[in-house]
Design a protein around this ligand. Structure first.
Ligand code: P6P
Length: 337
């Protein structure tokens, strides 16, 4: 039975016992968690609050913004700008970086987030979530620019997400394993419900949007065809499929019971590496998955080794149970020979 301690106590232990995180990072994570609690309140209002539907605007990605996308983004900005932990923030919903206003103390961390991932699921009451990633501002950097954010995922100081589903659960890593905290609505605080999360190295469950099959590259088609062939096929076992179209929900399932999640490159957008964003979707999820003993690649290389060139750059994603991710990589390398 996992010790029922609060997020604050867990973080203080990480700070005190493991010397793993400085106080500034602990305080930053607590502020992000409080912001997620506020977002959960808006999300859970649904039709009872004026939060559903579109906002009548588009974000930098050219996607129609939902009202909750904007609400979540504003909550995260307002919660984090005054605390003194951050130098700047970046969001899927904002084109450029957001510098902490001069009236507030500047900190040494950079915070990136997708304030509400999976927002196409909001109006149909399917789980959605907030994804966040924390970097340190490069030493000696004068002021802050977008270039300061362009660090590989391996440089992350912390990463996590909050999934707004049947439970509101914060999942976090500071580089010392993965822990899950469930929101206790009576206390109004996140309580540790699982630590040392581990992803099984093998799985019988894959997650991919099958409607894109005709656009996939051959190695992805080969991998999925073999899964579909079941026990009569080369894999010798039957597979199950899940696709929630909400990365946070799909990744949460994989952290909870294993599986492989794929959003591969496809020929609809040949000049784009993939659909998902490297800095505030793939990198934080890759950090969590690797810390839980899984693997995360762009089908060829480790995601956390990729050197970003743009704040909103996209990437192909294959992540989850290690042996399955490695098989997909092997199929791509065999194609290249
Ligand atoms: P599709 C949500 O819009 C998202 O960015 C991820 O959360 C999700 O995994 C993916 O896109 C779903 O994409 O093309 O299946 O709707």
């Amino acid at each position: 039975m996992t010790r029922r301690i609060s997020l604050t106590q867990y973080l203080i232990e990480q700070q005190r016992q493991h010397g793993h995180i400085p106080q500034e990072l602990r305080l930053l994570i607590e502020v992000v968690a409080r912001a997620c609690k506020r977002i959960a309140i808006s999300v859970n209002k649904g039709a009872l609050g004026d939060v559903l539907g579109t906002a009548g605007s588009e974000n930098v990605q050219g996607e129609v913004q939902k009202k909750l996308d904007i609400i979540a983004n504003e909550v995260l900005i307002e919660a984090n700008e005054w605390g003194g932990h951050l130098a700047a923030m970046a969001s899927e919903e904002m084109e450029g970086i957001y510098l902490v206003p001069n009236r507030f103390p500047q900190g040494e961390y950079l915070l990136m987030f997708d304030p509400l991932d999976g927002s196409s699921n909001i109006d149909v009451n399917v789980s959605i979530g907030t994804i966040f990633s924390v970097l340190k501002k490069p030493e000696g950097s004068k002021g802050v620019s977008e270039d300061d954010f362009l660090q590989p995922g391996s440089a992350q100081a912390a990463a996590g997400y909050c999934v707004y589903g049947p439970q509101t659960t914060l999942v976090l890593t500071v580089g010392d394993g993965v822990a899950m905290f469930t929101l206790d609505r009576e206390q109004g605080s996140f309580v540790l419900t699982q630590e040392d999360v581990k992803i099984p190295e093998d799985t019988k469950e894959f997650a991919i949007n099958m409607s894109n099959m005709r656009h996939w590259d051959a190695p992805v088609k080969r991998y999925i065809d073999e899964c579909l062939a079941g026990e009569e096929g080369p894999r010798g076992k039957n597979f199950n499929m899940r696709w929630i179209a909400s990365m946070v929900a799909d990744v949460h399932r994989i952290l909870t019971r294993g599986g492989v999640f794929m959003y591969p490159w496809d020929k609809r957008e040949p000049n784009k590496a993939g659909k998902l964003r490297l800095m505030y979707e793939a990198n934080p999820m890759a950090f969590l998955v690797e810390q839980a003993g899984g693997a995360a690649t762009n089908a060829r290389e480790r995601i956390m080794d990729l050197k970003p060139t743009k704040l909103h750059e996209r990437v192909a994603v294959v992540l989850g149970s290690k042996n399955e991710v490695e098989r997909v990589t092997r199929y791509h390398l065999e194609q290249a020979q």
